[in-house]
Design a protein around this ligand. Structure first.
Ligand SMILES: CC/C=C\C/C=C\C/C=C\C/C=C\C/C=C\CCCC(=O)SCCNC(=O)CCNC(=O)[C@H](O)C(C)(C)COP(=O)(O)OP(=O)(O)OC[C@H]1O[C@@H](n2cnc3c(N)ncnc32)[C@H](O)[C@@H]1OP(=O)(O)O
Ligand SMILES: Cc1cc2nc3c(=O)[nH]c(=O)nc-3n(C[C@H](O)[C@H](O)[C@H](O)COP(=O)(O)OP(=O)(O)OC[C@H]3O[C@@H](n4cnc5c(N)ncnc54)[C@H](O)[C@@H]3O)c2cc1C
Length: 671
């Protein structure tokens, strides 16, 4: 069966791996990206960008200062903007995303938040009077914007943000002000240096009454000189763990006046005479965050895929140690521990990307509903995207770190690309709402679902399984080798655990309430259990999505995807074994059975491991990793990469000349 990556001159071990492929890698790639045409388009973009001198990096960014990296990234951004249509259909979201990844990379660029949040916020929340003026100019990039919500003192708890927007009826303006140091906007991407406008989240005050957080469009810099406008203090917050090429910024506003129409008023409104009309759903103003949380799944699935590609290919190329005496050193991918470290990450990357596809469909349906005046799909989508954002970012972070360690010493080098990848990816646990907080949003929803299920009321999409009758005892290991039934038995077991944990958390909460605590204090006493239930529920949702995609996949790739799904489900069940055992739903014998099946899966997947990661179809540019390169010629590339270090420009460093040599000389003369 063809693995389409084989080329002459490649590392022979990688070629050997590709020859054991049992499926058509292009079929799987096309399935992952929606169609064969989408796959071809991605490849065309990659090919053109790779050959274009505007996007060449003579010195890898690993060896440049932050300022130089920002300059190089800004230059490439300009080229993408001016020449984008030479490479792709600039109106196609996924083509643009791929172009940006290929041309610029993942560490941030001047327009990341402009496209990622500023425009979506205006499009989703502003009304015509404002959008007619600002959106054409924003699309034309006369206006570049940030999404300035988080403050130095508050991010998670939006209700306590301190920046104020006070309505002045006399002039029909809002006065926007930063009343304290902790009220300074702090963190927003591209706010520091690149943007001349921002959507700023403020507490709305009318006639002295605090109404709550709302968004306003504020001009920050002169459109001609790019200097900050009077009354505006703006700058970069300094170096951080990663996202080096993003100017996350600070902002203080000194009683800045903006016209009434600058409030984003598609949902909530303030009339000229100061009458406030609430939105048809109280949280529609938070819509941009739901949008980003949904789209983060795709990005984080791809981040984990990158790490899995690097670790798998490198493990096929690297030989070290022997499994038996008297035979040559083995590829490290032959070690069971290595497979157990890496293969679940491959499966999880597929699971995340497949789950994203389901969420995207739900998101589109919700947006259609809102346009028709219906918000009934929003609570379910908010609850599940809050859980998914938290589980997926955490899962991807752990997975990337496993892949990094699986590459030994070279994984610790920036040459592997993995330290930077981890730094960028792990930010997702924090931004768009810290994970522990967002899981509580899911848990609240589960508590309502428990109540509805007990009362026999209808249950919405993500919690529909709460209405199923549990069989009381798991069928795991009792399906006589029927793989479809085995998968169903594992899904049922996970659903049982999520449901049980939710019911128990609800009972614990109630009990504390009966003991005299307020509902809120009682909640804080059970949040660890609440979040546990939310995590298991979210992992059930992912497992169901993965299962649905596999069972409906084309026959040519279904066998390999079924193997991957088996590994995924066995791994998830073993990882959550304590939840399955706690109430006796599963026995110890059944967990031992799951483990033995998992180890069989590792062996089954071994011949297809490289081909499964090849099917993610990430180019060498996207991987940005000496260890993960498609041709597997790792060692020579590693040496050439290290030669580019600034420290190697001279044989004797000035610092050595200035301090170390005189010290050695002094010591020598003392003898
Ligand atoms: C070309 C490329 C283009 C695009 C790429 C697209 C996307 C790319 C992604 C990123 C872009 C690139 C790089 C990005 C890098 C970083 C970006 C980071 C940006 C940010 O971080 S922006 C700041 C984000 N901030 C947060 O997320 C804050 C988190 N806090 C909150 O959301 C809220 O405070 C809260 C939800 C935790 C609590 O809010 P509350 O106190 O007002 O509400 P309650 O908890 O009391 O709940 C009441 C009620 O409301 C329900 N609820 C809450 N939120 C929502 C919602 N959003 N939708 C629907 N319902 C909601 C809640 O469930 C309760 O319901 P109930 O029925 O009463 O129980
Ligand atoms: C790379 C990056 C990019 C960002 N980009 C943007 C941007 O473009 N625009 C923007 O506006 N913001 C941005 N942010 C800010 C980001 O959205 C916030 O940092 C994030 O929402 C978390 O809020 P916080 O910093 O207030 O965390 P905190 O809430 O202070 O969290 C600290 C700790 O307190 C815990 N905690 C807080 N509240 C609760 C609770 N109710 N229950 C239990 N535990 C709790 C948390 O779990 C966490 O452990 C960015 C942040 C990063 C790291």
């Amino acid at each position: 069966m063809p693995n389409r990556c084989i080329k002459e001159g490649d590392n022979p071990d990688l070629t050997k791996e590709r020859k054991t492929c049992t499926f058509d890698t292009d079929e799987l790639t096309a399935n992952l990206y929606g169609s064969r045409n989408n796959m071809e388009r991605r490849r065309e973009i990659t090919k053109k960008i790779s050959a274009d001198p505007d996007f060449a990096d003579p010195i890898p960014h690993d060896f440049l200062s932050r300022e130089k990296c920002i300059e190089a990234t800004a230059k490439k951004t300009k080229a993408v903007v001016q020449r984008g249509s030479e490479f792709c259909d600039v109106t196609n979201y996924y083509e643009m995303l791929h172009l940006i990844n290929e041309a610029i990379g993942i560490g941030g660029y001047p327009l990341a938040l402009h496209y990622g949040m500023f425009l979506p916020a205006l499009e989703g929340q502003a009304e015509k009077e404002l959008t007619d003026d600002i959106i054409p100019r924003a699309k034309n990039l006369e206006v570049i914007g940030a999404y300035a919500q988080t403050e130095m003192g508050h991010g998670t708890n939006l209700r306590e943000l301190e920046t104020t927007a006070t309505y002045d009826k006399a002039t029909q303006e809002f006065i926007i002000n930063t009343p304290t140091r902790s009220a300074m906007k702090w963190w927003p991407g591209n706010l520091g240096k690149m943007s001349n406008y921002a959507v700023v989240t403020c507490q709305l005050f009318i006639d002295g009454r605090k109404i709550g957080p709302h968004n306003f469009l504020v001009q920050l810099r002169c459109e001609k000189t790019h200097e900050p406008l009077p009354g505006i203090i703006v700058g970069d917050i300094g170096p951080k763990m990663a996202f080096d090429t993003n100017d996350n910024g600070f902002l203080a506003l000194d009683n800045i006046r903006v016209p009434r129409k600058n409030m984003l008023m598609k949902h909530a409104k303030v009339s000229p005479d100061g009458v406030y009309t609430p939105p048809m759903h109280a949280k529609l103003n938070y819509g941009t965050m739901v949008y980003v949380r949904a789209h983060m799944l795709y990005a984080h699935g791809q981040f984990l895929a990158t790490a899995a590609i690097v670790a798998t290919r490198y493990s096929a190329v690297r030989r070290q140690g022997r499994i038996e005496h008297g035979v040559p050193e083995v590829q490290i991918l032959d070690y069971q521990t290595q497979q157990h470290r890496i293969f679940p990450q491959i499966a999880r990357a597929y699971a995340i990307i497949f789950t994203y596809m389901d969420i995207k469909d739900q998101y589109d349906a919700m947006i259609k509903g809102i346009a028709e005046g219906q918000t009934d799909l929003l609570p379910d989508l908010h609850a599940i995207t809050s859980g998914l954002k938290s589980v997926v970012t955490h899962m991807a972070g752990l997975g990337i770190e496993q892949c990094r360690m699986a590459c030994g010493g070279h994984g610790y080098s920036d040459a592997s690309g993995l330290p930077k990848l981890y730094g960028v990816q792990i930010g997702g646990c924090t931004y768009e709402g810290e994970n522990m907080v967002m899981l509580q949003q899911t848990a609240r929803y589960l508590m309502k679902a428990v109540a509805s299920a007990l009362q026999g009321k209808p249950l919405s999409h993500s919690v529909a399984y709460f209405g199923k009758k549990s069989s009381g005892k798991s069928r795991i290991g009792k399906e006589g080798g029927d793989i479809a039934r085995e998968h169903e038995a594992m899904l049922e077991a996970l659903e049982h655990a999520a449901c049980r944990l939710s019911v128990e958390a609800s009972q614990m909460w109630e009990k504390r309430g009966r003991g005299g605590e307020t509902k809120e204090r009682a909640w804080n006493g059970v949040t660890v259990e609440m979040n546990r239930a939310a995590r298991v529920h979210t992992r059930v949702f992912m497992a169901r999505s993965f299962h649905r995609r596999v069972t409906s996949s084309p026959p040519s790739i279904r066998p390999v995807l079924t193997d991957l799904l088996s590994l995924y489900l066995h791994y998830e069940c073993v990882d959550m074994a304590h939840h399955l055992l706690e109430d006796g739903f599963c026995s110890g014998e059944q967990i031992r059975y799951l483990k033995s099946r998992l180890y069989e899966d590792l062996t089954t997947l071994r011949p297809n491991a490289v081909s499964l990661v090849d099917s993610f179809d990430q180019s060498d540019r996207e991987l940005n990793s000496v260890l993960g390169r498609r041709d597997g010629n790792v060692y020579e590339a590693l040496y050439q990469w290290a030669r580019k270090s600034e420290l190697n420009y001279t044989d004797v460093l000035p610092a050595v000349q200035k301090y170390v040599m005189p010290m050695m000389e002094e010591n020598r003369s003392k003898l």
